[in-house]
Write a protein that binds this ligand. Structure first.
Ligand code: MSP
Length: 512
């Protein structure tokens, strides 16, 4: 079995889960479920980034201890991921004792292998608590961080441990050139190559006066003990989650895929591989930098007041419809907007009228004309067209062309549209009236059930519950999650006993 270890960013524990967090977790979940259907040994990691100034400030503003804040938020995030069907295998929290120890072990390992990679330096600069990073002049407009214009930049003067990132610029450039798949999509890779061309500055690896953090393993020459800069604590979570430095951590490491947003791709494709290289550890195979979900065309944030109630959005049409909408509407390699109008349109057109209707028509006809038992029927042109689509589907799901989840859904919907056209063209209700057409009727219905069963499998990564409901209504054996792609084209539905249930996507909009 091929091991497939994939991760998402760990979310800052400074507020409730929002649409952007959900988009990333749902997207990564679709990839994890896809890999399981390929038969891979998947390990899917998500979690919380619980240290740093941002978390400490939020706790202070609420008048509670940081640990109380992060414990409550971890519960809220986990409940949200369960509600959305995010099938993670491990939930990492950077306040876990094992993680704290792993971070220190990694830093020590760098000290041992490359003793000059950490050095002390007095430093001053503008720090953005929103980004949890120092900002260069080019990233500051009107005295504000371009990414967090509602926050005030802090002027910081400190003596810190620095990491010699500049030393790794050539190494990183060469890797991006030789292994283009190590950072996708192409647009993100080009961005980072341009950044590397401008040269890399060393980065601070420790902070003074920040108590809510992992202690940095070595004191400064002045004797001062400092804490670990939050990104040097956060990035290693992918490694410490494997148990590093104990046990068989190298059975799982390196990760096959890190799924992160475009705002933090540079941390994952520059600082993280440089740290690993410095520690003499293998680098993750791929980083995918997805785009942003916008609201009404704007970046939303607590501070800017542009937001959407996630619970309300899920309640409207259910978790699977929400997953479908986000992944269909917002290209996974770019940005897109959430709007209630588009959500309603897609729910009605794609889910209720196209897919849901195809399923209910076909199952009703098998009940009416065949006593509920799916007939045997020769393969048709539809099976061949589906086979061609399935090859395209894999190319956009397995990384060959990137992780173009929206394209995968588009491809499956071509099949859904063809299915509805096939019903209209073959008019099984006419075939059923003429006993001489019995064989044709059986071919029609058998072909349609096979198409629906394949759609259930192809859509299971996106809408796991609805795919299972359809699978059960078709009378298919086992569960949809147990299926394997390599058996999909041989799938034979003859003899299944259909059981019509509730419509997959009721047309009436439930009261919001
Ligand atoms: N804690 C850091 C990540 C550390 S990873 C070692 C962080 N946290 S975050 O809570 O700000 O963001 C978590 C993830 O959500 C990031 O990948 C980020 O890009 C993503 N998103 C936050 N807002 C988003 C949108 N509006 N749209 C899509 N994803 C966005 O960064």
């Amino acid at each position: 079995m091929t091991a497939y270890y994939l991760t998402t960013a760990i979310d800052y524990a400074n507020g409730d889960p929002h649409l952007g967090h959900a988009y990333e977790k749902i997207g990564a979940d679709a990839i994890a479920r896809y890999r399981r259907l390929r038969g891979d040994d998947v390990h899917f990691l998500i979690g919380m980034d619980e240290h740093g100034q941002k978390v400490a400030q939020t706790a202070e503003a609420q008048g509670i201890e940081p640990q109380v804040l992060v414990d409550a938020l971890a519960d809220r995030f986990r409940a949200m991921w369960q509600r959305l069907g995010v099938s993670y295998d491990q939930f990492m929290r950077t306040t876990d004792a094992g993680h704290r120890e792993g971070v220190r072990a990694l830093i020590e390992r760098i000290f041992e292998r490359n003793p000059t990679d950490f050095y002390e330096k007095a430093y001053e600069g503008w720090y953005c608590v929103g980004c949890e990073s120092f900002k260069q002049d080019a990233e500051i407009v009107d005295g504000k961080c371009v990414l967090h214009p509602t926050r005030t930049l802090e002027w910081v003067e400190e003596r810190n441990w620095f990491f010699r990132l500049s030393r790794y610029a050539d190494f990183l450039r060469q890797r991006l050139m030789e292994r283009p798949e190590s950072l996708q999509p192409e647009s993100r890779r080009n961005e980072l190559l341009a950044l590397l061309d401008r040269g890399l500055e060393d980065v601070s690896a420790s902070r003074s006066r920040l108590a809510w953090a992992v202690p940095f393993p070595r004191p400064l020459s002045t004797g001062e003990s400092q804490t670990t800069y939050v990104w040097f604590d956060a990035l290693p979570n992918y490694l410490t989650a494997t148990g590093f430095p104990y046990g068989p951590w190298s059975d799982r490491w390196p990760a096959q895929l890190h799924v992160v947003g475009k705002d933090i791709t540079r941390f994952h494709s520059i600082i993280w591989p440089a740290m690993l290289e410095s520690a003499g550890l293998p680098l993750p195979e791929r980083v995918w930098g997805h785009g942003f979900v916008l609201l009404g065309g704007e970046r939303f944030s607590k501070s800017a007041g542009v937001r959407l109630d996630l619970d309300e959005a899920i309640t409207r049409y259910g978790a699977d419809a929400f997953r479908y909408f986000l992944l269909r509407e917002v290209p996974f390699d770019g940005d897109g907007s959430f709007s209630w109008e588009r959500f309603e349109e897609r729910y009605n057109a794609d889910l209720a009228n196209a897919w849901g209707n195809l399923a209910s028509r076909v199952i009703s006809m098998v009940e009416r004309y065949c006593g509920g038992v799916v007939p045997d029927g020769a393969r048709t042109a539809s099976d061949q067209q589906d086979a061609a689509d399935i090859a395209d589907y894999h190319a956009v799901m397995d990384g060959t062309r990137g992780f173009l989840l929206h394209e995968a859904l588009k491809i499956v919907w071509q099949g859904v549209v063809r299915g509805n056209e096939y019903v209209d063209r073959r008019a099984p209700w006419k075939q059923a009236k003429d006993p001489a057409q019995r064989g044709e009727l059986e071919i029609t219905l058998a072909s349609l059930v096979r198409q629906l069963a394949r759609q259930a499998v192809l859509l299971a990564p996106f809408m796991p519950q609805k795919a299972q409901e359809l699978w059960a209504q078709l009378g298919a054996p086992g569960t949809v999650a147990e299926q394997r792609f390599d058996a999909l084209l041989r799938l034979d539905s003859a003899g299944w006993q259909v059981r019509k249930g509730e419509p997959l996507f009721p047309k009436e909009k439930p009261a919001a």
